[in-house]
Design a protein around this ligand. Structure first.
Ligand SMILES: Cc1ncc(COP(=O)(O)O)c(C=O)c1O
Length: 450
């Protein structure tokens, strides 16, 4: 019986958890629901299938002696290193690719912004929330892409969801890479358009799909990431543009992880590929990675931005980005553009990590070796065990398991950043090699409780 099986009644479910709890070795006891807590209120949330599934998984993890990797507390500003619940670690789980978080010039810009504007703009920008720093940010981002204009949202996820849902409707089609981020999928669901996904980076399959279906729809949007967040590879941008032209579609590139990472000056996938950025209709990005802030954006032609500024629900009906976030990102763009050596350092560190891992016989999938290096393990339990053992030895990398990635493709994801030292990388790859070796010698049974 699984948690998806709706016939699992409360009593059977609670008793299953209780039986699992006997083997828990004291892990995560706080998350174990008791019969009493399940009965305390009958609002029904405990019987929600998603909640039951979570509790089932927690019960199983506890039964198996696996510590939860979720919501671990970092005690300090996380960069190349961090302190997790009192333990110093070499940190590979944060997206601060250029090592800019906490940069003194960014801290100064943030302090000035809070003095000038306070901590909130206290209204949607379309009403009373517009501040000069919003436009400074949008112009700086538009300049990165050689675009007419840009619109900044309060989150990257919201930027994607709102943009897709504004541009597409029931007569339209979205076609996206099967490994696209959740924000693309949710945007497509909200738009109510037809949805198709093509196998990862398989542009032949995309062409076949569009040949069959293009004529059935009014508008068609093709979406790919520039640098895939789980795999560290990217698409053939030139060919995507040609397909867009052949099928009279729009092309959106989510370059959340490409900015600051790809290309000689960090401008992203188009610079890496030597492609004119104006050939992409919609550039989607986020401030939360290389730009060490919080927020998202869309850059493109004037009509696109004008349309979104008056119709995108997550912009029009949501508060404007706090000035402090905008100021931090403006300063981060300035530093990125003035100090391309940071990008070069990040790329050199990533190459070192990828090269050493490959030399040690470690499977890093199809990673291009820029910023994101997945260590392909396959099964979920060994991946979680590996992450935990590395953490015990002072290396923090996050395990990515289904449904975040397809079944049997669980991996440990390493985000390399410009501030990692050669020694930190060498030491981490060596520990990884040792722990993978140890894992390889162990049966699944011995991993549990091992
Ligand atoms: C590819 C991609 N797009 C969009 C987002 C959403 O950005 P944010 O976290 O800034 O909302 C993320 C976040 O991780 C991402 O990886």
């Amino acid at each position: 019986m699984t948690p998806d099986d709706q016939s699992l009644d409360d009593e059977a479910f609670t008793s299953l958890l209780a039986r699992m709890g006997e083997g828990r070795k004291g892990h995560a006891a706080e998350t174990q629901p008791t019969l009493r807590s399940l009965r305390r209120r009958d609002a029904g949330f405990e019987r929600h299938p998603l909640y039951q599934q979570m509790q089932f998984q927690r019960g199983f993890a506890g039964f198996a002696g696996l510590a939860s990797p979720y919501y671990r507390l970092h005690d300090v500003r996380a960069g190349a290193t961090s302190v997790i619940e009192g333990r110093p670690v070499i940190n590979f789980a944060s997206y601060d690719y250029l090592g800019l978080n906490g940069h003194p010039d960014i801290a100064d810009a943030v302090n000035r912004a809070v003095e000038e504007y306070g901590s909130s703009v206290s209204a949607s920008r379309i009403t009373a929330g517009e501040r000069r720093v919003h436009r400074d940010l949008e112009m700086a981002l538009a300049d990165v892409y050689g675009a007419d204009d840009c619109i900044a949202f309060v989150s990257g996820h919201a930027a994607a969801v709102s943009t897709i849902a504004t541009l597409l409707g029931q007569k339209d089609l979205i076609v996206f890479d099967s490994l696209s981020h959740n924000c693309i999928v949710v945007g497509a669901q909200l738009a109510g358009c037809a949805r198709r996904s093509y196998p990862h980076n398989d542009l032949n399959a995309l062409e076949v799909m569009l040949t069959k279906e293009r004529r059935l729809y009014d508008r068609v949007l093709i979406v790919s990431e520039g640098l895939f967040s789980m795999d560290g590879d990217g698409p053939d941008l030139d060919r995507l543009i040609a397909i867009r032209d052949d099928f009279d579609a729009w092309l959106m590139i989510d370059d959340a992880h490409g900015l600051g990472v790809l290309g000689q000056t960090g401008r992203g996938i188009f610079e890496h590929a030597g492609v004119d950025p104006q050939k992409v209709d919609i550039w989607l990005g986020t401030l939360s990675k290389s730009l060490v802030s919080c927020g998202g954006y869309v850059a493109g032609c004037a009509a696109l931005v004008d349309l979104l500024k008056h119709h995108a629900p997550g912009f029009v009906y949501s508060v404007g980005m706090p000035a402090v976030n905008a100021a931090a990102a403006v300063k981060a763009i300035e530093i990125m553009r003035a100090e391309p050596q940071r990008v070069a350092e990040l790329q050199a560190r990533s190459r070192r990590f990828a090269g050493q891992a490959r030399a040690a016989g470690i499977d890093i999938g199809n990673s291009w070796g820029y910023g994101i290096i997945p260590i392909m393990v396959g099964e979920t339990i060994p991946t979680v065990v590996l992450a935990d053992r590395l953490l015990q030895r002072g290396v923090n990398a996050f395990p990515i398991v289904p449904p975040g990635v397809p079944e049997k493709s669980a991996r440990l994801r390493f985000f390399v950043n410009a501030s990692h030292t050669d020694e930190q990388i060498d030491q981490s790859v060596e520990l990884l090699r040792e722990e993978l070796h140890r894992l390889g010698d162990q049966s699944l049974g011995s991993l549990l409780h091992g």
